[in-house]
Design a protein around this ligand. Structure first.
Ligand code: NI
Ligand code: MN
Length: 225
């Protein structure tokens, strides 16, 4: 059974056997981070978009752990220029890697980063299937109707959704996203890291109701999925 660990903000670790897959590894400078970056050992790195609170420590982890970064083409090329190993995918594209199956999904958001805030392609979400379980990490996004298409075509065990509002969906829209994606479980993220995105996750749980099991994870929490 794969395990899901919440590192903090939008950063999650998925482990299955020898595989340790980190998503959006913002650890250095993350006020919620449950670990220090030097304690982290990974076999793969998925990045939804180039903003600093998602790309985070990806390049350093890639070089230190000899782990490949998977992201959209422009972001992957940027990471390669920084000396990282990176595999480009793009929206709608999927690939079976050694560590699992990944498909990039749309997200309505921007994506620029690096020292010069350069264009790093479009923002994305990711579907990750490992050990027979499918995790959907929406990245940073507003609500969009094609979430229903994603949920209908890919049975989702755990959906990880931002609820912080301001930059992404807020609670109302994330609850609607849950109904469209119809996952077994939903985990809210991207809230309470900074004052601009303060939210009460219990209000999200109440709005989700019976649409999915809502897991409110604290940084450092680990669950079997
Ligand atoms: Ni962002
Ligand atoms: Mn963000």
């Amino acid at each position: 059974m794969p395990k899901l660990t919440f590192i903090g903000h939008a950063c999650f670790l998925v482990t299955e056997g020898a595989q340790r897959i980190i998503i959006d590894p913002f650890i250095t400078g993350n006020p919620q981070a449950a670990v220090k970056v030097e304690e982290v050992d990974v076999t793969a790195i998925l990045v939804t978009h180039g903003h600093g609170d998602h790309l985070g420590d990806a390049v350093d982890l890639s070089t230190r752990c000899n782990a490949t970064i998977v992201g959209v083409y422009e972001l992957a090329m940027y990471c390669q220029k920084q000396g990282a190993a990176a595999h480009p995918l793009h929206i709608g594209g999927a690939r079976q890697f050694d560590f699992g199956w990944v498909k990039m999904t749309p997200a309505w958001h921007g994506s620029a980063g690096g020292d010069n805030n350069e264009y790093l392609g479009v923002a994305a979400g990711v579907l990750l299937t490992v050990g027979g379980k499918t995790i959907y990490h929406a990245g940073d996004t507003g609500l969009f109707g094609d979430m229903k298409l994603i949920g209908d075509r890919h049975p989702i065990d755990v959906a990880i959704l931002p609820i912080g509002d301001n930059f992404t969906m807020g609670i109302d829209d994330a609850a609607e996203a849950t109904r469209m994606l119809h996952p077994k479980k939903v985990v809210p993220c991207h809230y309470n890291t900074f004052s601009l995105i303060e939210q009460d996750p219990e209000e999200f749980r109440a709005q989700v109701g019976t649409a999915a099991e809502c897991l409110i994870m604290k940084p450092g929490d680990e669950v079997e999925i």
